[in-house]
Design a protein around this ligand. Sequence first.
Ligand code: DDH
Length: 286
Amino acid sequence: SDSASNASSSWKKANYHNIYKDIADLLEDEDYDDGSYGPVFVRLAWHASGTFDKKTKTGGSDGATIRFAPESGHGANAGLDVARERLEPLKKKYPHISYGDLYTLAGVVAVQELGGPTIRWRPGRQDNKVAVDCTPDGRLPDAAQGSDHVRSIFYRMGFNDQEITALAGAHALGRCHSNRSGFEGPWNASPTAFTNFFFTELLNNTWVPKKWNGPFQYVDKESGQFMMLPADMVFRTDPQFRKYSEIYAADQDAFFADFAKAFTKLLELGVQFPEDAPVYEFKTLE
Ligand code: DDH
């Protein structure tokens, strides 16, 4: 129909360079967390995409089902309303961008502006207008579990051990919030900088169980300031994962290159891009 074809080409009318700049302007806020919405934007982009199942070709960022109940209320998505609300004025200002494109682009902007690699990104995701095709709960990883679980979740999306390890390096950014996931604390001392510190902290520290009433997690023995989830620890203890953690801890450029490829793949899982959708490589702001 006419309205369907209008909707499917509306992505052409958005100026993604301008939207990139406007998202970048939303990152800093001295009153929020460690001073940046960047980490929670990256988590939104990942959770919007990481529901993909390659066998049934369901889930992923196409449709932007993460904004609808019941998916928005899944335990793994606790706190992501904060990121969606921060971005909502841009959906009003730029009605031609889809939510799926906006949420994934926000992740790209955050990685780049916080000092990470350039992330290739394409527009053209189509939003579901109503709450259809929400994914079942349980498609995102459970932080309390180990390597078998982590592998089964990411193999379902179509990733291999190298890509899984590279993606896990995003835990250089941000922190756990006891009122969201139940876990608490940042992974390193610079949670608003995209670095390879997830791997250096993971391999160089002595990790001991945190003594508290919350869920089981690790704390670094020396300073007591940094944390690891049980599902993070597999990138140290599992030999196949550890092989890549060692490479990324020693070589930030190798991490950046592999992360950039795996993150683009993640954000594109299951998306039917229009044939004429261009690939953007945005310049960071100065
Ligand atoms: Fe994560 N993550 N994540 N994560 N994640 C949390 C926070 C952040 C797991 C669990 C948690 C990825 C993989 C995994 C980010 C990015 C990515 C929190 C804390 C939990 C729990 C939430 C809260 O309390 O606010 C588990 C388990 C896995 C896994 O691999 C098994 C991946 C692949 C990414 C990615 O972006 C590629 C980011 C960023 C944060 C910090 C959010 C914030 O608000 O700060």
